[in-house]
Write a protein that binds this ligand. Structure first.
Ligand SMILES: [Fe+2]
Length: 391
């Protein structure tokens, strides 16, 4: 972990450095065995309470393709996907996440996953025929942070729908982009994910080195998953990518026309972190879905780590729009391997929500040298923060 004094301040207002081991007072031991070679985030298994309502949201509104479905389960994929699915909707009594699933490079990486997590003392289960349709030999674990992770290699191949322009809609979702997880101790999570072979792309810190969130990758984009500081383990969101910004605007227009504007939680906007254009939606169970486009390539070994100051009001929205409180507080439960909700542990470090607005509720907390001072928030903008209870 690099000290602020050793980072380079860019003309865009954030800092860069080279990735360094992160400091944590409560580390998860590094296993002796090699981690599995993770290719990418591949799919999420979501438990939903009303399968028909979820089908309307994900298929009729968002336009994901149905690979296969039955009375209990729907398997969905994005336009460019050639593996069986990117999202499994399974009917169940409690809305939650059953699996964050990663594809690994070879079948042998599943043996590595078993060894790695067994050494960590985790609940590890392997099913040679797969836990869901379309996926072969798989390993599921409850990881040291309490999340249900899955690793697989073998999968049924299905048709890539990229050339089926006759089926495309204005808001076409073309790829699964990333997961986002809520965890109480971000440095502890980052250190474990580094041991699993993930690299840090961006993070949010304060000057004392408190880490509020970190974005981590295997594929050469900004992230496969992010760790957001908060009460956890919980799932913050699952994200699909579009080709262009206008596809995201089309989703907003469609939701308005369907009188479903309440599904829009935050955005559209431009992130500071990741530089991506974004929109956050809530599905019928409240699971958060992001739609995102135009982040950047990160595949070189010396790709710089980007660090944002937690007091920079442009870090989460480049245009300075406030973040709605529900975005910080709400998240989905996650399940253990028997289907029981995992207990949620409270964050003990400062909350990002609490530190990003002045105590009076009217001012920025960013330092003058990073482009602004408390007294520079225009008077007309103060009400937007105070009256909307926004942050
Ligand atoms: Fe995201």
């Amino acid at each position: 972990m690099t000290n602020r004094a050793d980072m380079t301040l860019t003309s865009s207002g954030f800092y860069t450095s080279q990735e360094a081991p992160i400091t944590t007072g409560n580390p998860i031991p590094t296993p002796q065995s090699s981690p599995p070679d993770v290719l990418r985030c591949a799919y999420m298994e979501l438990v939903v309470t009303d399968l028909a309502a979820s089908r309307v949201f994900y298929v009729d509104v968002l336009g994901l393709y149905v690979t296969e479905e039955d009375e209990e389960t729907i398997y969905l994929r994005s336009t460019e996907e050639f593996i069986h699915h990117n999202l499994v909707l399974r009917k169940g009594p409690v809305a939650a996440v059953a699996a964050f699933s990663y594809r690994v490079r070879t079948p042998e990486d599943l043996d590595r996953a078993v060894e790695f997590y067994t050494e960590l003392g985790c609940d590890v289960r392997r099913d040679p025929s797969g836990f869901v349709k379309g996926i072969g030999d798989s390993v599921r674990v409850v990881d040291p942070l309490g999340f249900p992770y899955e690793f697989f290699h073998q999968t049924d191949h299905v048709e890539r729908m990229s050339w089926r322009y006759d089926l495309h809609i204005p808001g076409e979702l073309v790829r699964l982009d990333h997961f986002n997880q809520v965890t109480p101790d971000v440095p502890r999570a980052v250190k474990y994910m580094q041991d699993l072979g993930f690299r840090v792309t961006e993070d949010i810190q304060d000057e004392e080195g408190t880490v509020y969130a970190a974005w981590m990758r295997r594929k050469p984009t900004v992230h496969d998953t992010a760790m957001t500081g908060g009460d956890g383990p919980r799932m913050h969101h699952v994200c699909f990518a579009t080709h262009e910004k206008h596809n995201i605007l089309a989703i907003c227009d469609k939701l308005g026309a369907l009188r479903r504007s309440d599904a829009i939680e935050r955005g559209p906007g431009r992130h500071g972190v990741s530089n991506a254009f974004y929109l956050y939606l809530r599905d019928p169970d409240g699971h958060r879905v992001e739609v995102y486009t135009q982040d950047y390539y990160t595949g070189d070994p010396d790709n710089p780590v980007v660090t944002w100051d937690v007091h920079d009001n442009q870090r989460r929205d480049w245009w300075g729009n406030p973040v709605v409180p529900s975005w910080y507080t709400d998240a989905s439960l996650v399940l253990d391997l028997d289907g029981n909700p995992q207990p949620v542990v409270a964050r003990t470090d400062s909350s990002e929500m609490a530190v990003t607005i002045g105590a009076d509720g009217f001012s920025y907390t960013r330092a003058p040298e990073s482009g602004g001072a408390a007294e520079t928030m225009p008077e007309w903008k103060q009400g937007e923060y105070k009256l909307g209870h926004q942050l």
